[in-house]
Design a protein around this ligand. Structure first.
Ligand SMILES: NC(=O)c1ccc[n+]([C@@H]2O[C@H](COP(=O)([O-])OP(=O)(O)OC[C@H]3O[C@@H](n4cnc5c(N)ncnc54)[C@H](O)[C@@H]3O)[C@@H](O)[C@H]2O)c1
Length: 248
């Protein structure tokens, strides 16, 4: 039996990259999927791939910065599958800019998607869990940027620090109700999010202790562990999935 058999997982930003890998990994472990993204066409392809392996999916175009759109998605997911058991807050954006040149618009957009999106989706899903006394699990995408500083990434690192903190607060507040929340801190993962992945590959091959760039599947395996019962006594943690980068 799959490790998520009988569970429904809501995954944001699932059209590509890490979110896509998590969706396919969860599907392979028997989960039903509620998936959202801004890119409905690419999301449809992910859903088709998951369904070809036997999963049931529901997809919707959602901007995670919009409460009404997220509420709609959760309502649709509950109507279709009965409950949501796992929430993966994966949707996120990144940009490089020197701190003094970062504009208000850039800052507001990255905060809206990377922080407000996690805040809203978590709140909506937790209300559903409290109503039904569901002991759900939240898995958030932080980053090693939540723990160390990167040049030209002040806004991004700020958002990921906020995600790690929000995760701990949720874990503390709802632990007594059996609700868990953890975050993952990936190093550099081979997805379309980052510019110059060729440079990153060369750098990783020489500098990362495990001598390679991370793959979306490396993160998806950790997400699976944090979503399923094997991690039942782990909450409020931020777990690195970085090939040992943080050691050096
Ligand atoms: N790639 C890395 O090296 C890395 C490292 C650490 C953390 N992360 C985090 O992992 C998560 C996934 O990153 P990725 O590398 O797969 O990125 P990606 O750009 O490949 O995929 C992100 C997905 O989120 C979607 N998205 C963006 N804004 C959205 C919004 N407002 N509403 C709904 N969906 C939206 C995009 O359309 C895209 O499909 C992000 O939170 C990112 O910060 C990535």
């Amino acid at each position: 039996m799959g490790r998520l058999a009988g569970k429904t997982a809501l995954i944001t930003g699932a059209a590509r990259g890490i979110g896509r890998a998590i969706a396919l990994r969860f599907a392979a472990e028997g989960a039903d999927l509620v998936l959202c993204d801004l890119n409905l066409e690419q999301l449809g392809a992910v859903a088709a791939e998951a369904e070809s392996g036997g999963a049931s999916t529901l997809i919707q175009r959602v901007d995670v910065a919009q409460r009404a759109e997220l509420q709609d998605l959760v309502d649709a997911g509950v109507a279709r599958f009965g409950t949501i058991d796992v929430l993966v807050n994966n949707a996120g954006v990144f940009f490089n800019a020197p701190f003094e040149q970062t504009t208000d618009e850039q800052f507001d957009r990255i905060m809206d998607i990377n922080v407000r999106g996690v805040f809203l989706a978590s709140q909506i899903v937790i209300r559903h869990w409290l109503e039904r006394e569901i002991k759900g699990a939240i898995v958030n995408l932080a980053s090693i940027g939540a723990a160390v500083a990167f040049v030209d990434s002040s806004a991004y690192c700020t958002t990921k620090g906020a995600v790690a903190t929000l995760t701990r607060c949720i874990a503390l507040e709802y632990g007594p109700r059996g609700i868990r929340a953890n975050s993952m801190a990936p190093g550099i993962i081979d997805t379309p999010m980052l510019p110059s992945q060729e440079d990153n590959k060369n750098w990783a091959n020489n500098r990362i202790p495990l001598r390679r760039l991370g793959q979306p599947e490396d993160v998806a395996d950790l997400a699976l562990f944090l979503a399923c019962d094997e991690s039942r006594y782990i909450t409020g943690e931020m777990i690195f999935v970085d090939g040992g980068w943080m050691l050096d």
